[in-house]
Design a protein around this ligand. Structure first.
Ligand SMILES: C[S@@+](CC[C@H](N)C(=O)[O-])C[C@H]1O[C@@H](n2cnc3c(N)ncnc32)[C@H](O)[C@@H]1O
Length: 230
């Protein structure tokens, strides 16, 4: 499954950012900025953005944290990383090709770890997500923060219904047309509609060993930022 996901992101890397901005009406950037601002207040000496894709979050954190912080960014899709490394603003970020389940860093290394729109892809099963979260926990320093931005499920039943309708009838077909990848946007839209609620994800983060997993809901719960502490 993980190799299949790597193939999907290699296939859509060319217009991944554009499609995201169109389908979320630019909210993905607003939410990333919110999470990056939070991360920069905890970034300390070393910060890692896992599943960085085209590096948008890592670049924001590097800009906000300044020279005091070394920003690392990892992903297993080389096509996404090529786009990330190519950006003039990414000079200060150290990009690494790595699977999030097996990070090439020592224990207790980072002050802060971020993940944006990544947890859904690590959730090929609940056990897989737990494994990845435990790996983030391993490389975080004690007291370090894990900041996770991800789509969520609105608490209101009506809003959840409308949100899922929008994903199925707008995101899925439009993504398929713009990216010309049928399978990628079938997979991505399914991963949004079946992902955990904010409370369920807090529970899984705690189960992985974190001491706290507070959540900030965004846009009536369509997305959420979880802030967890080692
Ligand atoms: C939806 S994209 C999100 C990219 C970026 N974080 C953002 O905010 O747009 C998910 C990314 O996670 C990467 N990914 C998925 N599973 C991974 C894994 N097990 N190890 C490393 N990268 C992974 C994919 O290659 C892809 O670049």
């Amino acid at each position: 499954m993980a190799r299949g996901i790597e193939r999907i992101f290699n296939d859509i890397s060319g217009n991944y950012e554009l499609i995201n901005h169109i389908l979320t009406f630019g909210f993905d950037t607003i939410w990333r900025k919110k999470a990056a601002r939070l991360a920069s207040s905890f970034s300390g000496e070393k910060c890692l953005d896992v599943c960085t894709g085209t590096g948008e979050m890592a670049i924001m954190i590097a800009r906000l944290s300044g020279k005091k912080t070394s920003v690392f960014a990892s992903d297993f899709s080389e096509s996404m990383l090529i786009i990330a490394r190519d950006k003039p603003e990414s000079k200060s970020v150290k990009f690494v090709n790595a699977d999030s389940d097996n990070l090439p860093f020592p224990d207790n290394f980072f002050n802060c770890i971020t993940a944006s729109f990544a947890a859904r892809n690590l959730n090929t099963s609940k056990n897989h997500l737990l494994k990845s979260l435990r790996e983030f926990y391993r490389v975080l320093k004690p007291g370090g923060r894990f900041i996770n931005l991800e789509t969520s499920q609105p608490a209101s039943k009506l809003l959840k219904y409308l949100f899922q309708l929008y994903i199925r009838n707008f995101i899925k077909p439009l993504g398929q047309i713009i990216s010309s990848s049928k399978s990628a946007y079938s997979y991505l839209s399914r991963s949004i509609t079946t992902f955990y609620s904010t409370e369920e994800l807090s529970g899984i983060i705690l189960e992985a060993g974190f001491g706290d997993a507070a959540a900030k809901r965004l846009l009536l719960g369509i997305a959420a930022i979880h802030i967890a502490v080692k």
